[in-house]
Ligand binder design. Structure first.
Ligand SMILES: *[C@@H]1O[C@H](CO)[C@@H](O)[C@H](O)[C@H]1NC(C)=O
Ligand SMILES: *[C@@H]1O[C@H](CO)[C@@H](O)[C@H](O)[C@H]1NC(C)=O
Ligand SMILES: *[C@@H]1O[C@H](CO)[C@@H](O)[C@H](O)[C@H]1NC(C)=O
Ligand SMILES: *[C@@H]1O[C@H](CO)[C@@H](O)[C@H](O)[C@H]1NC(C)=O
Ligand SMILES: *[C@@H]1O[C@H](CO)[C@@H](O)[C@H](O)[C@H]1NC(C)=O
Ligand SMILES: *[C@@H]1O[C@H](CO)[C@@H](O)[C@H](O)[C@H]1NC(C)=O
Ligand SMILES: *[C@@H]1O[C@H](CO)[C@@H](O)[C@H](O)[C@H]1NC(C)=O
Ligand SMILES: *[C@@H]1O[C@H](CO)[C@@H](O)[C@H](O)[C@H]1NC(C)=O
Length: 907
């Protein structure tokens, strides 16, 4: 849709220029035809007109004076009805048929409430121009429209629920010049191209989002003679781009094949389209090199081939495209250096070459004539941006996207010459230098700043931040926390050396009017107690003060943060108990207060926090029983209560935690680009981050957090047996019950928990035999049953033998491989069949025999430890438009981050 915009605008400009004159015409003394007047009054009667746009249509007034009606001043007959964007609805009366001289009927931009297009329109033989676009018509496109043989302009676009079985009806529209069928559905039509290509005067064809499947003409060639605009954006073409463009070499100006599934290389005939002005091929699966013949397209203004699989170098002939204003080549596999000829493109405004394998140096020479450049993306490449420190670039950029490409070690001083920057993305750019004195003041008009993962130094105590999104994570900033203007919505200053009492930042006068939603100051040197001025921080949705040196109690006033969705206070020295006020924060989906000095009981009201997904209370002094109410937390995926002094039984009801019994749904990234504007950004992409110890090793989870499903109750005083119901938690990946006082047997059906990657039951008093079903856990890569009273033979015939003896030691009565102790005949229990094991199960486990650890390791990312794909980058690292920043804030940050983001997640 976005790309066809230019064509639409051009056309509409022309159209209004030619028709506007009718409206400002001098008055005439020929009165309007009475029959036409009555017909229009009847037509008006059927319509709903809430905005009274047709109020001038009255019986008293001659219809020559009516708004939106054009009539012929010689005959008095009505010739045109301009009713677009009038909020009309209701019924379209057949009385229109009496307007025998009507040439133009424009009903676009209204709302006809999903009614079908009236068939009688096909009898209005005088029509040359029929516009029904974006008017919420639905149903079958009436084939009667095909009778309108004088029609030159037909717009049915933007009616998402229109469809047709075939295009045969169209073939009679012999005068058609402009045809817009966008968004109507034509999946079953395979011969459409042949039919379209028979119209001798067709010059504009818009068929985006039509579910068309085939771009090959059935006769093998096309016969377009006048086609100038061809928009086939967002269809279902999944073959190679056909080679029939040769017959369009002198006519075609605009070609949009973007967002399809096109494969193969670009056919050379495309480069013979001498007049081509816009070529959109983005988001396909096109491979091969971009040929040097690209330079033949002398009139090219927009070239967008983003998000394909182009390889090889950027052709140096690109310097011949002197009209080029927009070049989008990001997200391909281009390699080699950026040709210097790019510096000749004196009209270039958009240069997007990021996310490629480009190498070499970019220097002043690449920008010699780029005085109009506004948007630059060289991020995620191997490029070295190497310019002199006194360089004065010819351009004024608004968007600087240079993350993950080398800029440093020196701070890029040329930035100071740029006075219009709105987005500055310099993450991971190897800058290890002091931020210059002018820098912070210079940033005050920038909306999005990302300097994360560099080694930038400087004392930030005195600076005032004013940007919407500020990411300074993982640098060498020091001093006290900076001050924040009311514009700041997200500040991530984690992993620096910020010191001073947390309260002086939170309660400081200037910061009291803040609008901050996300504050991450974790991993710094902040000290003192949590203050009582949370009432100034009501916008907070995400707060992370983890890994500092904060002491004192959790203040009761923290409960005033009712918007809070995640709270991280882990790894500090916070003491006391969990204040009951916290239950007012009912949007909380993540609580991490592990590694503190907290004590008291786990409050039963925790069961009322129904959105809770992650609860981490590990390594504190919590006492008492695990409250049964915890089982009401149906969204819980991480329950980590390890290393406390909890006693009593493991609740039987854990089986009610449905998030651990149903798979994490697949993630459909909802992202969209405005490719014409071409701006797309990282911005405010705060990702939750949680350190867990799922398999004996500490791991940091970000994007993949939704796939971790774990219960860790280790190192407490829990007694009783492991409830057999636990086996219902079939999505659980990590189970750690070690270092408790548990007795009884390992649940027989543990083998149903197919996703288990790690089981640690060590250092309890478990007895009985190891259930055979354990051997069917094909993802299991860590097992620790040591130091219990288990007996009998370790089940054979699967990967249970791939774990070493340390998994089993300390069980004096256990025998068999891998333990050194051989089983005597008596100890060996033969023909043991696990309860509930079906034949199918055992076939499965036979199938996996022999794959052993290799298989398990290969697939252990079921629970997503090193999971990172393009979809996420699309969704979180790319955003497009200044104007959309605020929409972004509203939609991304206000969603309940985990539920919204991860419920719709897939692997
Ligand atoms: C009638 O319309 C024509 C063009 O459509 C215009 O040139 C002419 O001046 C008009 N005559 C009057 C009397 O308005
Ligand atoms: C229409 O008005 C014009 C002047 O505006 C006049 O010359 C002409 O005679 C009038 N014609 C009729 C039919 O009234
Ligand atoms: C192609 O179009 C031309 C001109 O409209 C016409 O003369 C010719 O017959 C057409 N060819 C075919 C095969 O339809
Ligand atoms: C171009 O059109 C002519 C008919 O007008 C046809 O014979 C020829 O095959 C077409 N060429 C291509 C490449 O489609
Ligand atoms: C680019 O990649 C191709 C194959 O992918 C390789 O043959 C070629 O040497 C690479 N060129 C450069 C300059 O790295
Ligand atoms: C930032 O610059 C403006 C004018 O350019 C000046 O008035 C202001 O004092 C500066 N602020 C700081 C903190 O240097
Ligand atoms: C839980 O989250 C949903 C959607 O994310 C939200 O509509 C609901 O209000 C939340 N529940 C509570 C108790 O906050
Ligand atoms: C265990 O049995 C194997 C053969 O089955 C034998 O080679 C080995 O010596 C025995 N080990 C002990 C400790 O009895």
């Amino acid at each position: 849709m976005g790309a066809s915009f230019v064509a639409h605008v051009l056309f509409l400009l022309w159209f209004f220029a030619t028709t506007f004159s009718f409206f400002c015409k001098a008055e005439s003394n020929v009165t309007c035809n009475e029959k036409d007047k009555q017909a229009l009054l009847n037509f008006k009667q059927g319509l709903s007109d809430p905005s009274k746009n047709l109020s001038s249509w009255s019986d008293q007034e001659d219809c020559s004076r009516w708004d939106r009606v054009v009539y012929d001043n010689k005959t008095g007959r009505v010739t045109e009805l301009h009713l677009s964007d009038s909020r009309l609805g209701g019924e379209i009366s057949g009385s229109l048929l009496q307007l025998e001289h009507l040439n133009l009927l424009d009903l676009s931009g209204n709302d006809f409430n999903c009614t079908p297009i009236p068939t009688f329109l096909g009898s209005m033989a005088s029509l040359t121009h029929l516009d029904l676009g974006y008017s919420n018509f639905s149903g079958h496109i009436p084939h009667q429209l095909g009778n309108l043989s004088n029609l030159r302009h037909l717009n049915l676009g933007g009616n998402y629920y229109l469809y047709a079985d075939n295009f045969h009806w169209i073939s009679n529209l012999s005068s058609i010049q402009y045809l817009d069928l966008s968004n109507s559905k034509h999946q079953s039509e395979v011969g459409w191209l042949q039919i379209m290509s028979m119209f001798p005067s067709l010059s504009m064809l818009f068929a985006s989002d039509c579910e068309l499947v085939n771009l090959n003409p059935s006769l093998g060639f096309v016969n377009f003679t006048s086609l100038q605009y061809l928009d086939l954006f967002n269809n279902l073409f999944s073959h190679e781009i056909p080679n029939w463009f040769s017959n369009l070499t002198t006519s075609l100006l605009y070609l949009d094949l973007a967002r399809n599934y096109l494969r193969g290389e670009i056919p050379t005939s495309i480069f013979n389209l001498q007049k081509l002005d816009s070529l959109f091929l983005y988001s396909n699966k096109i491979i091969g090199k971009i040929p040097e013949s690209l330079g033949q397209l002398k009139h090219l203004t927009y070239l967008n081939m983003l998000d394909n699989s182009f390889s090889g170098p950027i052709p140096s002939s690109i310097g011949n495209l002197s009209y080029l204003e927009g070049l989008w080549l990001s997200e391909n596999q281009l390699n080699g250096t950026i040709p210097k000829t790019i510096g000749l493109l004196s009209n270039l405004e958009y240069l997007f070459v990021g996310d490629n394998f480009l190498t070499g140096t970019v220097d002043e020479g690449h920008f010699t004539k780029l005085s109009k450049l506004e948007y630059l993306d060289i991020s995620h490449t191997h490029l070295f941006f190497n310019v002199k420190s006194n360089w004065v670039p010819p351009f004024q950029l608004t968007t600087i996207t240079m993350s993950s490409c080398k800029i440093g070690p020196n701070f890029p001083m040329w930035l100071q010459t740029q006075r219009s920057v709105r987005h500055l993305l310099l993450s991971k750019s190897e800058i290890s230098d002091k931020a210059p004195g002018w820098f912070w003041n210079w940033t005050s008009n920038i909306k999005i700043i990302d300097l994360s993962d560099n080694q930038i130094e400087g004392d930030v105590s005195e600076i005032v931040l004013n940007s919407h999104f500020i990411n300074l994570r993982s640098n060498h900033f020091k001093g006290q926390m900076p001050q924040l203007s009311t514009n700041v919505q997200e500040l991530n200053i984690a992993n620096n050396s910020i010191s001073g009492p947390i309260s002086s930042f939170m309660c400081q006068k200037m910061n009291r009017k803040n609008q901050v939603m996300v504050l991450d100051a974790s991993n710094n040197l902040l000290t003192g107690a949590l203050p009582h001025c949370w009432k100034y921080w009501q916008s907070l949705t995400h707060l992370d003060l983890g890994s500092n040196d904060i002491s004192g109690r959790i203040p009761y006033s923290l409960g005033s943060l009712v918007a809070l969705q995640s709270l991280h206070l882990q790894n500090n020295s916070i003491s006391g108990d969990i204040p009951s006020s916290l239950k007012k924060c009912s949007n909380l989906s993540l609580i991490d207060i592990g590694e503190n000095l907290l004590s008291g009981a786990i409050p039963p009201w925790i069961g009322e926090m129904t959105n809770l997904t992650i609860l981490r209370l590990t390594s504190n002094g919590f006492k008492g029983h695990i409250p049964l109410q915890i089982c009401q937390l149906s969204s819980l995926i991480v329950l980590d209560l390890a290393n406390n002094s909890l006693s009593g039984h493991i609740p039987n009801c854990l089986k009610n935690i449905s998030a651990m019994t149903i798979p994490t749904p697949r993630f459909e990234a909802q992202y969209s680009y405005d490719y014409l504007g071409g701006l797309y950004y990282y911005g405010g992409t705060y990702l939750e981050n949680l350190k867990l110890v799922p398999k004996g090793l500490e791991l940091e989870y970000e994007e993949n957090l939704g796939f971790v499903k774990m219960i860790d109750l280790s190192s407490n005083n829990l007694s009783g047996s492991i409830p057999s119901e636990i086996s219902v938690l079939s999505e659980l990946c990590f189970l750690n019950l070690s270092r408790n006082q548990l007795i009884g047997k390992i649940p027989e059906k543990i083998g149903i928990m197919k996703k288990l990657e790690s089981i640690d039951l060590s250092q309890n008093h478990l007895s009985g035999e190891i259930p055979l079903s354990l051997s069917s856990l094909t993802f299991l890569s860590r097992l620790n049953l040591s130091y219990n009273n288990l007996s009998g033979k370790i089940p054979l015939g699967s990967q249970l033998q791939t774990f070493d003896a340390f998994s089993y030691i300390g069980n004096p009565q256990l025998c068999g491989n891998p333990l050194p102790k051989n089983c005597t005949i008596g100890e060996e229990s033969q023909n043991r069949t696990p309860i509930g094991k079906t034949e199918e199960d055992s076939n499965n486990s036979n199938f996996y025999i022999g794959m052993g650890v290799g298989f398990a390791v290969g697939f252990w990312t079921v629970c997503g430890v090193l999971f990172f794909n393009r979809t996420w980058r699309h969704a979180y690292f790319k955003f497009f438009d200044d104007m959309k920043d605020c929409i972004y804030v509203a939609t991304v940050l206000n969603v309940n981050w985990l539920l919204e983001k991860l419920r719709s997640c897939h692997l």
